[in-house]
Design a protein. Structure first.
Length: 199
């Protein structure tokens, strides 16, 4: 009788040692599985929009593209606008939503030889695959299908980067008054990333 408490104490100690020794294998039974946060390196607002997208592959492409900015290479930075250039029109890009936005000024210049320049200054756009610039006859297109209208959209050219000033030459014969907006399009995703209305 005197030895029973000692055996009970030894058995209890042995169970504790066994439990501690096997802890890594049985601890998962009592833990909830960790839920990884989707799109962890973005804001809550952007995350919510990405999670709600029906096309998961497109959401992933938009997310990973947006994590990097591509400055315009130094050798492709535009030269200063000639002092005798006449400003035809100035406007600004407006933000579309938390996932797709462009910022900066948009200016059309007419040079002495009648060449028209389209210039973006203080420019920044959310990165996406194959970004290109279009002139659209629609004032505020919401989709690539809305770019054209009575007048087909005019492809100005590809962006050279997502951050920094850029300049494009517009053909002299193009009638600018037929267009109502400058649009940044991701040709890879077939989505609009920025619109600047031409007032």
């Amino acid at each position: 009788m005197r030895h029973r408490p000692r055996w009970a104490l030894l058995s209890f100690g042995a169970l504790i040692v066994l439990a501690l020794f096997t802890f890594p294998t049985w601890r998962t039974l009592f833990m909830r599985p960790e839920q990884g946060v989707p799109f962890p390196l973005t804001s809550a607002e952007r995350r919510e929009l990405l999670v709600r997208m029906p096309n998961r592959e497109m959401a992933a492409t938009m997310y990973f593209s947006s994590l990097t900015a591509q400055p315009v290479p130094t050798e492709q930075q535009p030269a200063a606008v000639p002092p005798d250039a006449q400003i035809i029109l100035t406007t600004r890009f407006s933000e579309l939503d938390a996932l797709r936005s462009a910022r900066g000024s948009v200016t059309f210049y007419r040079l002495i030889d009648d060449t028209v320049l389209l210039r973006f200054d203080d420019f920044e756009v959310t990165n996406a695959p194959q970004l290109a610039v279009y002139l659209s006859s629609s004032e505020a297109p919401q989709s690539v299908q809305e770019l054209g209208g009575i007048v087909p959209e005019f492809p100005v050219g590809e962006l050279r980067g997502t951050v920094g000033s850029q300049q494009f030459t517009i053909p002299r014969e193009l009638r600018l008054e037929r267009y109502r907006s400058v649009v940044i399009v991701s040709e890879g995703l077939q989505l609009i990333y920025g619109v600047a209305r031409l007032r």
